[in-house]
Design a protein around this ligand. Structure first.
Ligand code: ARG
Ligand code: ZN
Length: 863
């Protein structure tokens, strides 16, 4: 059944207090739940209390302590009819955590027990109104064998613990903050803890703990430092203080997503907690910091103020992503972080928005909410709030946030509530801006510049392409930061903010001198596609000279995209100048390589060529094979044309130490990028350098960043060193699952012509399993990202992904459904491959007993 946003009704009953009593066992856990319920005066009155369940049977139901037998099941739900306005309903259920392969609800992972309840996992533990607008305080008692579960954790404060009979012990936790069921958490296991503490701005002491398995002890330092920095930053930048005496984090290896913001007890995928220089890359360090911050920030944007219903998911996720992005900007290089975030938006969210799964950041309908934890809800949601910040300026934005937190503290709110707080607190008029919440699709903005008397006239227009279920689109307000630069004199213009609100708009801007070069959507001030007809010389100028780092990156991308698209289309290259623009690209790259004005982290961004998915996205219908060939050809040509420069860069960067400062991180970034170009231009030389880089990284103090980078390049080449180093890497790290994930990934991502066959073989490797989501993704998501291999002309890649979906769906539907969208891109791929992609979607659709998750994604993809 389809669930509609407009069907929202408040729940008929309030559940102010919940007591849970767990008798824990890996294969059998008994749950006794006491729900204190009362009629909700704000809802339609009903004597029927509908409690959601998923795969549960009630062993016993009591009302006010007396057995009641008149309950009925309606599908998975339990219906209890209550005579009066207030009661205590007690329900006993029994579950088998070890058999829970979906990893939703209470499940076993490596001998420990843990929970994941967002969005609808709590109903797999006990019967409950499992919806985010029912807020309760929880008191949780758990008992279990001390030997198996020495650590017993839940939300809030520990209020008691002790020993029981037969080697059991117990603990009781109380969370004073009312919360929805999706924020409940319980962890029981044999875990080590790193402890620390944080003093809040009002002088309250908070005990911090990061719990991991014994073998991961010593890898939690970075997470702990990141947590303390997040707590401080949220006080300083958003005025948000932590509100309990304890904040715990637990790392779990079997986890569907990144992490979960359960009140006072965040549960994390190990991938976003554990880090040390020998096993984590610089990218992993940044991801740990970002996700720790994200989950911590949810304490206010998500927990203190939660969502009324799941259509409002972006209320907490979009806002929290923006908050973690701003945090990471402040912790490291702001321009580099901005470019990274835009790259993710364009390579993941833009394709989503232009395909069959396109939806507004606040969707209108869904079958399975797990399918809506998307780049649109998260990343475009963050961009929409970032635009409000750009329009208001940081101070007024902060005032809007303050008002939001103050007005809605303790409530289950809506996106509309947030927008209204921004209007009232930040003084913005957001009447038209609300369309960003309701309209799907990426706006396309055309910008033309013409010289007029005393200045220039800009003609701006916008259209948003139709998306499934939304034919006619309206204009949205688009904040565009822009500047006019003088190419002849090299004078850079002042930045101004221009609001494009209509379908078409003309603006005259003062400017002296020759026709200026337009630098537009600086800092990526709006999540739109800009169509600007800039001459290659102007792009060269911007790429080499613009004072906005993002605009420089953008010009570089546009220059390369322009060249590659003409190559793909087989167009005459004159427009792009000598050698179809290759010479211009070479010259800008040479400038970038020599530019002392930027650091290596930024230089690294300017060296990244647009990805194959992003290139495909620029064409109505793409031929992935031609795109790959054209991109590799350019890379190879540049690798040869700038061989000396790349060699020098690799040499210089190799002499920087193994530290974790910006200089060392930047050096590592450009070092591997130099290898990437050299591998395309001079494979023999690159193999030698990559091998040397790998070997040096195995010396004491060497880093995983260098080791993985060297091996990734080597894995794409035919070199005797290839097999030896792959084997060495495996042997070196076979006891560390997160590093073995990298080993699978880098082979699946490699440019080796046999990558597809390698992936087929790796799927049979004894260490491979679909039961662990990280491992499944390490092989098959990495493979999907390897456009050339995934789009093998015979369709073997598509078949392999469909096989994966079919094998995974019965075990873990949520993770299985995530492999469907890549096949859903078929309409945008050339007809031969499109037919093969469709064929695989149809094969999935025809399978018996498909989960709701996969069914929804496949049927939307087939259209
Ligand atoms: N709220 C979590 C986060 O973004 C994500 C949880 C998603 N879980 C799920 N089963 N879909 O931090
Ligand atoms: Zn989140």
């Amino acid at each position: 059944p389809m669930i509609l946003r407009e069907d929202y009704r408040p729940f008929g009953w309030l559940v102010p207090n919940v007591r849970l009593d767990f008798t824990l066992g890996l294969a059998e856990t008994t749950v006794r739940a006491d729900l204190q319920v009362a009629r909700n005066p704000a809802a339609d009155s009903t004597p029927v209390l509908r409690l959601n369940g998923d795969g549960l049977n009630p062993l016993e139901v009591l009302v006010d302590g007396a057995v009641m037998n008149s309950w009925v099941m309606e599908g998975p739900d339990l219906l209890v009819t209550l005579p009066d306005d207030a009661h205590t309903v007690t329900i006993t259920t029994r579950i088998d955590p070890a058999a829970n392969s979906q990893l939703m609800g209470l499940y076993a992972s490596g001998g420990m027990l843990c929970t994941q309840c967002e969005a609808e996992g709590f109903r797999r533990i006990t019967f409950f109104p499992d919806r985010p607008d029912v807020l309760s305080t929880y008191r949780v008692r758990m008992t279990g064998p001390r030997a198996d579960f020495p650590v017993l954790l839940s939300n809030g404060d520990l209020v008691g613990s002790g020993d029981g009979a037969d080697g059991t012990h117990w603990a009781e936790w109380h969370d004073p903050w009312p919360k929805p069921s999706y924020l409940f958490a319980l962890v029981a296991g044999d875990l080590m803890v790193q402890r620390d503490s944080f003093t809040t701005m009002n002088g309250r002491e908070v005990d911090l703990g990061i719990y991991v398995r014994a073998e991961d002890e010593g890898r939690t330092d970075h997470a702990m430092q990141s947590l303390k920095r997040s707590m401080k930053w949220d006080e300083e930048v958003f005025g948000r203080e932590y509100d309990l005496g304890i904040f715990n984090i637990v790392a779990v290896s079997d986890f569907n997503m990144g992490a979960m913001e359960n009140k006072g007890l965040n549960v994390f995928n190990t991938k976003y907690v554990l880090a040390d220089p020998d096993t984590a890359t610089d990218g992993d360090y940044d991801a740990v910091e970002g996700v720790i911050a994200h989950e911590y920030f949810h304490n206010w944007s998500g927990n203190r103020i939660t969502c009324r219903d799941w259509f409002q998911l972006s209320l907490k996720e979009g806002f929290t992503v923006l908050r973690d992005q701003l945090f990471s900007q402040d912790m490291g290089s702001a321009p580099v972080k901005r470019i990274e975030d835009v790259r993710v938006l364009r390579s993941v969210q833009f394709p989503e928005d232009s395909g069959p799964l396109s939806h507004p950041i606040r969707p209108d309908s869904f079958r399975e909410i797990s399918n809506f934890y998307t780049a649109t809800v998260y990343n475009k949601g963050a961009e929409v709030i970032r635009m409000m910040r750009t329009m208001a300026g940081p101070e007024r934005f902060r005032a809007g946030c303050d008002l939001y937190f103050q007005r809605h503290d303790g409530e289950a709110a809506t996106c509309e509530d947030f927008v209204r707080a921004m209007e009232d607190g930040a003084g913005l008029d957001l009447r038209q801006f609300r369309r960003w919440y309701s309209q799907a699709g990426t706006p396309q903005v055309r910008v033309a510049v013409a010289s007029v008397e005393g200045g220039v006239e800009l003609t701006l227009s916008q259209t948003t392409p139709a998306t499934p279920g939304q034919e006619g689109k309206q204009a949205v307000p688009i904040p565009l930061k822009l500047a006019l630069h003088d190419r002849a004199t090299g004078t850079l213009g002042e930045e101004t903010l221009l609001m494009l609100t209509g379908a078409e708009q003309r603006v005259t801007l003062p400017h002296d001198g020759d026709a200026p070069v337009l630098s537009v959507n600086r800092g990526f001030s709006a999540p739109v596609v800009i169509r600007r007809d800039l001459a290659p010389d102007d792009l060269v100028f911007l790429a080499a000279r613009d004072d906005d780092p993002f605009a420089r990156y953008e010009a570089m991308q546009d220059l390369v995209v322009g060249h590659l698209l003409s190559a793909v289309r087989g167009e005459a290259p004159e427009k792009w100048g000598a050698e179809g623009g290759r010479a211009a690209i070479r010259d800008v790259l040479a400038t970038v390589l020599a530019d002392d004005g930027i650091d290596d982290l930024m230089r690294g961004e300017l060296l990244i060529l647009p990805g194959e998915t992003y290139l495909a996205e620029q064409l109505p219908v793409a031929d992935p094979g031609r795109i790959h060939t054209a991109r590799e050809a350019l890379k190879g040509w540049l690798g040869q044309a700038l061989e000396g420069e790349f060699l020098a860069l690799h040499h210089r960067a190799s002499r920087v130490g193994n530290g974790f400062d910006a200089e060392a991180k930047g050096a590592r970034k450009v070092k591997t990028q130099a290898l990437v170009f050299l591998a395309a231009g001079n494979p023999g030389l690159a193999a030698e350098l990559a091998t040397a880089q790998y070997d040096a990284s195995c010396e004491p103090g060497g880093t995983m960043t260098d080791r993985q980078g060297g091996l990734l390049v080597l894995a794409g080449l035919d070199s005797p060193a290839r097999t030896a180093r792959l084997l060495d890497f495996y042997n070196r790290h076979q006891d560390n699952p997160l590093v073995i994930d990298k080993w699978f990934s880098l082979q699946a991502q490699s440019l080796h012509r046999n990558a597809l066959a390698h992936v087929q073989a790796l799927a049979q490797h004894p260490d491979f399993t679909l039961r662990n989501p990280n491992r499944a993704r390490s092989l098959f998501m990495a493979f999907v990202g390897n456009a050339n291999a995934f789009h093998a002309p015979g369709g073997e890649g598509y078949r392999m992904i469909a096989d994966t979906v079919l094998a995974l769906d019965p075990l873990n539907p949520q993770t299985a459904a995530r492999f469907v969208p890549p096949l859903g891109r078929w309409r945008r791929i050339e007809p031969g491959r499109a037919a093969l992609m469709r064929e695989q979607l149809e094969r999935i659709a025809a399978a018996p007993r498909l989960s709701r998750d996969t069914f929804e994604q496949v049927s939307r993809s087939l259209g």
